[in-house]
Ligand binder design. Structure first.
Ligand code: ZN
Length: 307
């Protein structure tokens, strides 16, 4: 992909009127060709897909491998995914600890894959595993937007200025939401900001906004909580100030419902952890973060008013 549009423009200046009709016709054919040959970018999951679209608009064909409302922790590639991987010009993934299912599929396509969050300061757990959910911290996503902009501008230098402008506009929106949410949670006393969710996906969100998250399931939804873990959480809830209890759209909520019933509380709602929604409730990154934050805040306020 080069700047053929500019070359064509310079060439046209030198042509006489006689040839202009022919050149115009050729231009139309070439334009149709360029439109047809949009670069295909394959994001691993819906959050990345949305971030890429915010930067490139409709100048590239952007798709996600893992469909919305499917679990990216435990995803298994389908035959159609293998075709999409083969045909993609570029595959953009988050970080090696997250998309483990991708490595084998890409063995035959060296150079197609790029990661955009691998330099994040990931939280390491006692068992040596890495918590990949940094997308719940807007400050981390700002670095992802910068990295995506760099990669996409390199891929399509003709659109560099447009991509950079779109990225700056999007980053302004991210900064504004982050500021709003910091003020929102700052209005709640810190000890009241304790929340239970199904799997350990919100540690970075909690770090950003001063919220303690408890969860019976670990950092990947593939894990099953042990009886000891569940008992420990029930004990913690009974002896602390858990202000709200949530299940997640992609996780089995049965264990959280059991814990809620055990401690005599109700489940306050559902959060989006690892996928954007299909409907317009949380179908963009900004909407997902805002939805989770306002849902948590509303439940914490209601619990505070009851106590
Ligand atoms: Zn997760």
């Amino acid at each position: 992909m080069g700047c053929s549009c500019l070359i064509l423009g310079v060439g046209m200046v030198k042509l006489t009127m006689i040839y202009r009709g022919l050149v115009t016709a050729a231009f139309l054919v070439m334009s149709a060709g360029f439109a047809f040959a949009k670069p295909t970018i394959l994001a691993t999951f819906s959050i990345l897909e949305d971030l890429i679209k915010k930067i490139v608009g409709d100048s590239m064909d952007v798709k996600a491998l893992v469909p919305r409302m499917k679990d990216p922790h435990t995803y298994e590639l389908r035959a159609s995914d293998m075709i999409a991987i083969k045909e993609a010009d570029l595959i953009i993934a988050y970080a090696p600890p997250f998309e483990g299912w991708l490595a084998q599929a890409l063995e035959h396509y060296p150079g197609k894959l790029t990661f955009v969050a691998e330099k994040h300061p990931f939280r390491k757990l006692d068992d040596g595993s890495i918590d990949p959910h940094t997308w719940h911290d807007i400050s981390m996503i700002l670095t992802v937007v910068d990295e995506l902009t760099r990669i996409l501008c390199k891929r399509d230098p003709c659109h560099k200025e447009i991509f950079q402008n779109r990225a700056e506009i999007f980053k302004d929106k991210l900064h504004a939401l982050d500021k709003t949410l910091k003020e929102l949670f700052d209005s709640l006393p810190r000890p009241k900001r304790v929340v239970l969710t199904t799997h350990d996906a919100f540690w970075y969100f909690g770090k950003a906004y001063g919220i303690t998250f408890l969860s019976p399931v670990g950092i990947t939804t593939a894990e099953e909580p042990s009886a000891g873990t569940v008992a420990g959480i029930i004990h913690q809830i009974r002896h602390s100030n858990v202000g709200a209890i949530f299940i997640e759209t992609l996780s089995n909520g049965a264990i959280v419902e059991k814990i809620a019933s055990e401690v005599g509380q109700k489940v306050d709602g559902t959060l989006f952890a690892d996928s954007l929604s299909e409907d317009d409730l949380a179908n963009t990154y900004l909407k997902m973060v805002a939805f989770n934050a306002y849902t948590i805040h509303k439940a914490l306020i209601q619990r505070q008013q009851k106590n």
